[in-house]
Design a protein. Structure first.
Length: 413
């Protein structure tokens, strides 16, 4: 029997206790923060037509070109979603007018066929939001401020927000022409990928990881310098609003964010605890053409697995959110066993976490289980106690115990 028979696929994980309690805390707090900003939860299917992603993310992006889990079971080529925005926009486009001024959030698994490494998985999870509506710097600032509130609500410190702009759609050509002209004298010194990118998608040269390319990029004007006055003013307004709101951001003109749909504000949040894959979250304003009209919106996505790595580096772990308290019932005798099942159901109906052994076992074995369960109270009820109408209540924190009237035990539970 192969030893990996019981392992999930490469780049994918089973998420179990106690880490799952961290996930639950993060999900609950995300829902609370987003709800307070007027966002509704949206759950779209994992599978969409491949064209949904091709049209909105762009055909030349790495995600679409190299990383899609796609297959063709019948007429249409389908794909598992690699991110949340395209499916959300497909949904909002179907809602007509109402979809043009909506606020939705999602917490969902994403799939990318990437080379797995620390912080990079093939199934990972994102919490994200999308707010549709005409471009407005205040909306972008509010979205970033909300994202920061969520990181605060999780207890995450030490993250850094970097911001830039992709400009208006009408800036695309002057930016591409300007960058191409500035890069032309350095063409032979660019890496092979960038020599291709210069025609295909020149912005990708700007965020190329190759050191030689970075040295060249440092010598040429930034993309922002080829943009219109209006685009630069838009970015300034976002930054000023955030400053007023007390949210600290750093401008990084080399921040591109690979996808075609971005316009105006783009940002990324990094955390030093993440190592090589230090991006914790990304966001931006976009225009996505699906159906007759391009839908403008702004949104972000935070990677759960990376947020967990950063939280653990801050000393926050699943154990801290594991259920504590609760009751363990110890039964001595056949009658007590069944009576205690009835009692357990009553306690559980009151919302109390309650466990018991479902077969007759020694007192010692049952107390061992009680200890392991983390219950703070043990109720011992044997056939004798049932006859007397009492129960022994053991306080596991203080180590004390007393025999009480059964009615009183229920009242105090
Ligand atoms: P992106 O839209 O690619 O910027 O992704 C947004 C966030 O999702 C990133 O900042 C990461 O936190 C997370 N993320 C993206 N790809 C992966 C991956 N393969 N494995 C784990 N997390 C990822």
């Amino acid at each position: 029997m192969a030893s990996n028979e019981f392992q999930p696929l490469q780049g994918m994980s089973d998420i179990q206790a106690p880490e799952i309690y961290l996930w639950r805390m993060m999900e609950e707090r995300a829902r609370a923060v987003f709800t307070s900003y007027g966002y509704d939860e949206l759950r779209t299917p994992v599978l969409e037509k491949l064209s949904v992603f091709q049209r909105s993310l762009g055909d030349t992006t790495d995600v679409v070109k190299k990383e899609m889990y796609s297959f063709k079971p019948s007429k249409h080529e389908l794909a598992m979603r690699p991110e949340g925005t395209a499916g959300t926009m497909r949904h909002l486009a179907g809602r007509g007018e109402e979809g043009l001024s909506a606020r939705v959030f999602y917490i969902a698994p994403m799939f990318r066929y990437e080379r797995p490494q620390a912080g990079r998985k093939r199934q990972f999870h994102q919490v994200g939001v999308e707010a549709t509506g005409e471009p407005n710097p205040l909306a972008d600032a509010e979205t970033i401020a909300m994202q920061k509130s969520l990181l605060d609500a999780w207890g995450l410190t030490g993250s850094k927000i970097q911001i830039s702009t992709r400009g208006e759609p009408s800036d695309r050509k002057p930016v591409a022409d300007g960058l191409r002209a500035a890069l032309q004298p350095h063409l032979n010194d660019l890496c092979a990928d960038c020599q291709r990118r210069i025609d295909e998608n020149v912005l990708r040269v700007i965020d190329c990881k190759n050191e030689g390319c970075q040295t060249i990029v440092d010598q040429i004007p930034s993309a922002i310098e080829f943009m219109s006055e209006a685009s630069r003013t838009y970015l300034d307004q976002v930054i000023q609003t955030l400053e007023t709101m007390g949210v600290e951001v750093t401008v990084n003109p080399k921040l591109i964010r690979g996808l075609d749909y971005y316009v105006h504000t783009v940002w990324e949040i990094s955390h030093s605890a993440l190592g090589a894959q230090d991006a914790l979250a990304g966001g931006g304003r976009y225009e996505i053409a699906l159906g007759r009209k391009a839908i403008p919106g702004v949104g972000f996505a935070i990677g759960f697995e990376r947020a967990i790595m950063a939280l653990e580096a801050c000393g926050i772990s699943g154990e801290q959110f594991a259920p504590v308290n609760g009751v363990w019932l110890v039964s001595l005798g056949e009658t007590a066993l069944v009576e205690n099942m009835k009692l357990a159901a009553e306690l559980r109906a009151k919302g109390i976490r309650c466990g018991m052994e479902l077969e007759t076992k020694s007192m010692k074995a049952q107390m061992r289980k009680a200890n392991r369960s983390g219950a703070t109270k043990v109720i011992i009820r044997g056939d004798d106690e049932i006859e007397k109408g009492t129960a022994i209540v053991k306080n596991m924190v203080e180590g004390s115990q007393e025999e009480l009237n059964f009615e009183e035990v229920i009242r105090n539970a």
